[in-house]
Write a protein that binds this ligand. Structure first.
Ligand code: UGA
Length: 476
C-alpha cells in the first residue's frame, strides 16, 4: 500500500521506516526542510536502535522523504498524522499542529483515503479531524478518520513496532478498518516474520501480532489509559520503595514477590528517580484534563504526578545526606537522558536533578553515552563539564550519582572507579548495583528502597579513611 506519514519525529520516522520494512511504499513528510535534507542524505536525526539499518535499507526505494504534503496525499491510500501534540500551559494537549495538517490534507484529498491519527491525542480528536476536513471542503465520501495509537518506547521503538504486544486500530466504518487490517497484515499474518534478514525480536512479544479493532473513541482512550496506568505503576512502586527505606526492607525482594503475581507483572516495577520523557508527564496531564472536561475529577492521576515529583526531591535529600554540604562539591553524574538507550532529555529527571545541584553550587562532571549534546543546550554553561567516559567523569569526584539506566553503567570497573574518585560514595538513582557487592568493593552506597551500605574500611584514592566516613554522617 502507499502510505504518507506526516511528521518525522520519533513516532513518525520510526513508523515510516517500519511501514517500508513490512513492504509498503512510504513517503515521510515534514515541513522542516533541514530535517528532510538530512534524511535524504541518509542521516538519522535521532538515536534509535535499528533505525539506521532500516533507513539504509529502504531510503530512495520503499521510503522517500519530502516537504510536499499535497503531492504525498494525492499519491497515497493512507495518511498517518504523527505531528507533535505538546502540552499547553493548562496541561491539555495542544492540537493546533494536528488541526493544521488535517486542513492541508482536506485541501489535497481527491479520492478515498483513510486519515489516521498516530500522535497521542485526547478522545474526540478523530471527530474533530473529520469536522475540520468537512469544513475545509473535503468530500465526505473521500475519507474516513481512524485512530491507531502507538505504544513505542524510545530506544526500542523499532522492535516495539515490528513485534508489538498488540496493534490497536480505532475505526468507525468497516471500509476503514479493512484498510488498516491490510496495512498491518504482514505482522498479523506472520508473513513478515518468515522473511530473511528481518529485524530481530528483542521485545519478547509473541508472534504473529495481535490486532484489536475498536471504535475511534475507545482507541484514543486506550492510548491515554495505557500510559496513565504504566505511570501509576511506577509511582506506586516508588511509594512502596520509600516505605522499604523507612522499615529496612528491600524493594528488589518486594518487587520480586509482588511482580510474580501474573495479574501484576514484573515489568515497570523499577523504582528510581521518577518517570520522565516526552510521553508520561505530558499524557498524564492531558488525560487528567480530558477527565476534568468530562466532569470527572481523576484524583488518582494527580497523586501519581505528585509522587513522581517527590521522588526527585527525595533523591536530592539522599545526596545531601551523603555529602553533608553541597556547595563546591565535585559530583560525577552518569546519565542525562530520561532513560537508557536514548539521547532524549525531554522531561528528564536527570536534567532536573543536575539543575538543582548546580543551583546548590556543586561542580558537575557529567557523562552520557548519547545525550550530552542535547543536555548542553538546556543546562547552564557554568559549573558543568562533559566527559568522554564514566571514569573521566569520576576523576577526583566527591561522589558519583547514577541518574540514567544505561546498561553500560551497570557494568563499571569498580576498582578503576574507586581509584579515580576522591571519595568512594555512589548514590544510585536507578538501583543498578547490588548493595552488598558495592560494600565489598569499598563503596559507601545509597540506592532507592534499599538500605544504605558502607564498607567498614573506607579507603579512596589513598585518602584518609576518616573523612569519607565522616562525610556520610547522616546516612548511618
Ligand atoms: C512510553 C510508553 O512505555 C510507550 O508504550 C508509549 O508508546 C510511549 O511512552 C509514548 O506514549 O509515546 P517512553 O516514554 O519511551 O515510552 O519510555 P518508557 O520506557 O515507558 O519510560 C518512561 C519513563 O519511566 C522513563 O523515565 C523511565 O526511566 C521510567 N521508568 C520506566 C521507571 O522509572 N521505572 C520503570 O519500571 C519503567
Amino acid at each position: 500500500m502507499r502510505i504518507a506519514v506526516v511528521g518525522s519525529g520519533y513516532v513518525g520516522l520510526v513508523a515510516a521506516a517500519c511501514f517500508a520494512e513490512i513492504g509498503h511504499s512510504v513517503i515521510s513528510i515534514d515541513n522542516d526542510r533541514d530535517k528532510i535534507a538530512m534524511l535524504q542524505r541518509g542521516e538519522s536525526p535521532i538515536h534509535e536502535e535499528f533505525l539506521p539499518e532500516l533507513l539504509a535499507r529502504h531510503r530512495g526505494g520503499k521510503l522517500t522523504f519530502s516537504s510536499d504534503l499535497p503531492a504525498a496525499v494525492k499519491n497515497c491510500d493512507a495518511v498517518f498524522i504523527a505531528v507533535g501534540t505538546p502540552s499547553t500551559e493548562h496541561g491539555d494537549a495542544d492540537l493546533s499542529y494536528v488541526e493544521q495538517v488535517s486542513r492541508e490534507v482536506a485541501s489535497a484529498i481527491d479520492g478515498y483515503k483513510i486519515v489516521v491519527e498516530k500522535s497521542t491525542v485526547p478522545v474526540f480528536t478523530s471527530n474533530w479531524i473529520r469536522r475540520v476536513m468537512l469544513l475545509d471542503g473535503a468530500n465526505p465520501d473521500h475519507f474516513d478518520v481512524a485512530s491507531n495509537p502507538e505504544f513505542l518506547r524510545e530506544g526500542t521503538a523499532v522492535g516495539d513496532f515490528l513485534y508489538p504486544d498488540r496493534i490497536v486500530v480505532g475505526a468507525d466504518t468497516e471500509r476503514c478498518a479493512a484498510l488498516l487490517r491490510k496495512i498491518y497484515e504482514p505482522l498479523t499474518s506472520g508473513e513478515y516474520y518468515q522473511q530473511k534478514n528481518i529485524i530481530p525480536n528483542t521485545t519478547g512479544a509473541s508472534i504473529p501480532s495481535r490486532i484489536i479493532v475498536t471504535s475511534t473513541k475507545s482507541a484514543e482512550l486506550i492510548k491515554h489509559a495505557s500510559n496513565a496506568f504504566l505511570a501509576t505503576k511506577i509511582s506506586f512502586i516508588n511509594a512502596v520503595a520509600n516505605i522499604c527505606e523507612a522499615v529496612g526492607a528491600d524493594i528488589k525482594e518486594v518487587c520480586e514477590g509482588i511482580g510474580s503475581d501474573a495479574r501484576i507483572g514484573r515489568r515497570f516495577l523499577n523504582p528510581g528517580i521518577g518517570y520522565g520523557g516526552s510521553c508520561f508527564p505530558k499524557d498524564l496531564k492531558a488525560f487528567s484534563s480530558v477527565a476534568r472536561e468530562t466532569g470527572y475529577d481523576f484524583r488518582l492521576l494527580q497523586e501519581v504526578m505528585t509522587i513522581n515529583a517527590d521522588q526527585r526531591a527525595r533523591f536530592l535529600r539522599k545526596v545531601r545526606s551523603a555529602l553533608w554540604t553541597l556547595k563546591g562539591k565535585k559530583l560525577a553524574v552518569l546519565g542525562l537522558a530520561f532513560k537508557g538507550g536514548t539521547d532524549d532529555i525531554r522531561e528528564s529527571p536527570a536534567i532536573e536533578i543536575v539543575k538543582d545541584l548546580l543551583k546548590e553550587g556543586c561542580e558537575i562532571q557529567a557523562f552520557d553515552p548519547a545525550a550530552a549534546e542535547r543536555a548542553r543546550s538546556v543546562l547552564p554553561t557554568h559549573g558543568i563539564n562533559y566527559h568522554a567516559s564514566e571514569y573521566e567523569a569520576a576523576d577526583h569526584a566527591d561522589a558519583l550519582l547514577i541518574l540514567t539506566d544505561w546498561p553500560e553503567f551497570a557494568r563499571l570497573d569498580l576498582a578503576r572507579l574507586k581509584t579515580a574518585m576522591a571519595y568512594p560514595i555512589v548514590i544510585d538513582g536507578r538501583n543498578l548495583y547490588d548493595p552488598a557487592l558495592m560494600a565489598k568493593a569499598g563503596f559507601i552506597y545509597s540506592s532507592v528502597g534499599r538500605a544504605d551500605v558502607q564498607t567498614p574500611v573506607v579507603r579512596a584514592n589513598g585518602k584518609a579513611e576518616k573523612s569519607a566516613t565522616a562525610m556520610q554522617g547522616k546516612t548511618e
